[in-house]
Design a protein around this ligand. Structure first.
Ligand code: DOR
Length: 416
């Protein structure tokens, strides 16, 4: 049994305590039972849910592994993480799904819910064994990291997944339009003389995929939307009642292609950082509900890889440990606490068709305590992730998680 004292529920000033037992919320204000932890006046919420993280197991453990990635997630306030299958080998085999789940359970930092590849080897040619992958515990099918070039294969995958009641999510970039672009195509890429990846690569692919949704009626989730135009397409599709959802990443809201003037590959990500107008449009989409949820696309690489030049460095930004503070500090006023928490807890659950996380008695004891006030500098040397560098290093942020509890067990506690 565990009691967290001195905490407030969102939008309340009342100091309360919550007691958890056997992985569930036993009750509020029922006394200091079991182990007692002082919540120090923080705000308690259901633990965050991440639908998009690259944890790099199996096979790329020099970048990240389950232990480091899930510890990082716990430090970021996450209780559940959907891992991406673009590993080595690809997660297209039920035995790998089972191995990941078992290993993560042994670690205990956050619940791992692996996504599996939609196609064998993520090659986009033949569907993976979707039924067996689901039976093994995969919660989503995606070829993320790669694009689904063959529309017929995607169609078949969507239809198959629908019959299984599963979500397919897509990395929406037209590979031929993206070509060898390493940053957003526009005045900045032209000035820097770097190959550009046009907004049309994303919009064209989203348009195609939405036509497949319209034809099949199958459920699609669009990952890491980065352009105004693609978001408008999703908005229109939702207006027509199509079963589509989408996510936006904090890096596309807080950084733009101007950052590439540094020639630092820390800013290289796929889809690329866009313009301020795109970022503003995405924020408007968060406010008007077109964007379903936030996801980080936590994508760690080694420092040596990211120190390469922009043409050869891999894409990806890793920051699962600071996603909430980043969003709260930058957009807390516009979004409000309730909407921001929804975007990082209940909204991802809705996308997946999972039960809505709540703080009610009897609900799973997956909790985060957030210090919404105290400013702290981002110190990437302290990251649990193996990627101990980030675009926001040295920035002062508020909203740091101080305590994460998963299934009634403390998985992270911030000292000091
Ligand atoms: O920037 C990215 N990095 N985008 C992706 O879709 C894949 C990811 C990775 O795996 O590194």
């Amino acid at each position: 049994m565990l009691t967290i004292t001195n905490i407030k529920r969102p939008n309340s000033d009342q100091s309360e305590s919550v007691t958890v037992e056997n992985g569930a919320i036993k009750g509020w204000n029922i006394g200091e039972l079991g182990q007692v932890i002082d919540g120090q006046g923080g705000t308690v919420a259901p633990a965050l849910i991440e639908l998009h993280a690259h944890l790099r197991e199996p096979g790329q453990t020099e970048k990240e592994d389950l232990a480091s990635g899930l510890a990082a997630a716990a430090a970021g306030g996450y209780g559940t993480v959907v891992s991406m299958p673009n590993t080595s080998p690809v997660v297209d085999d039920p035995a790998i799904v089972r191995m990941l789940i078992e290993k993560a359970e042994g670690l205990g930092f956050a619940r791992l819910r692996p996504a599996a590849a939609l196609t064998r080897g993520q090659k986009g040619e033949q569907l993976a064994e979707l039924t067996y992958l689901k039976e093994a515990g995969a919660v989503m099918f995606t070829d993320d990291g790669r694009t689904n070039e063959n529309a017929r294969v995607l169609r078949l995958g969507l239809e198959y997944a629908r019959s299984l009641g599963m979500v397919v999510s897509v990395h929406a970039e037209d590979a031929s339009l993206r070509a060898d672009g390493v940053m957003n195509e526009g005045p900045v890429s032209e000035e820097l003389g770097l190959p550009g990846n046009p907004a049309a690569a994303e919009a064209a692919r989203v348009a195609r995929d939405l036509e497949i949704v319209a034809q099949t009626g199958a459920r699609l989730h669009v990952q890491h939307l980065s352009t105004a135009r693609a978001l408008d397409l999703v908005r229109e599709a939702k207006g027509r009642g199509l079963p589509v959802t989408c996510e936006v990443c904090p890096h596309h809201l807080t950084l733009t292609d101007e950052a590439l003037r540094s020639f630092d590959a820390i800013y290289k990500v796929a889809p690329p950082l866009r313009t301020q107008a795109d970022a503003d449009h995405l924020l408007a989409g968060l406010l008007d509900g077109t964007v379903d949820c936030l996801a980080t696309d936590h994508a760690p690489h080694t420092r040596a890889e990211k120190e390469r030049d922009l043409l050869t460095a891999p894409s990806g930004i890793a920051y699962i440990e600071l996603a909430f503070p980043l969003m709260w500090t930058r957009f807390g006023e516009q979004l409000g606490l309730e909407r921001l928490l929804d975007l990082m807890t209940a909204a991802p659950a809705r996308v997946m068709g999972w039960p809505t996380p709540t703080l009610e008695e009897g609900a799973p004891a997956d909790l985060v305590v957030l210090d919404l006030e105290t400013e702290r500098e981002v110190n990437s040397a302290e990251f649990r992730s193996k990627a101990k560098f980030t675009p926001w290093a040295g920035e002062t942020l508020r909203g740091w998680p101080t305590l994460t509890v998963v299934s009634g067990k403390v998985t992270f506690r911030r000292e000091g």
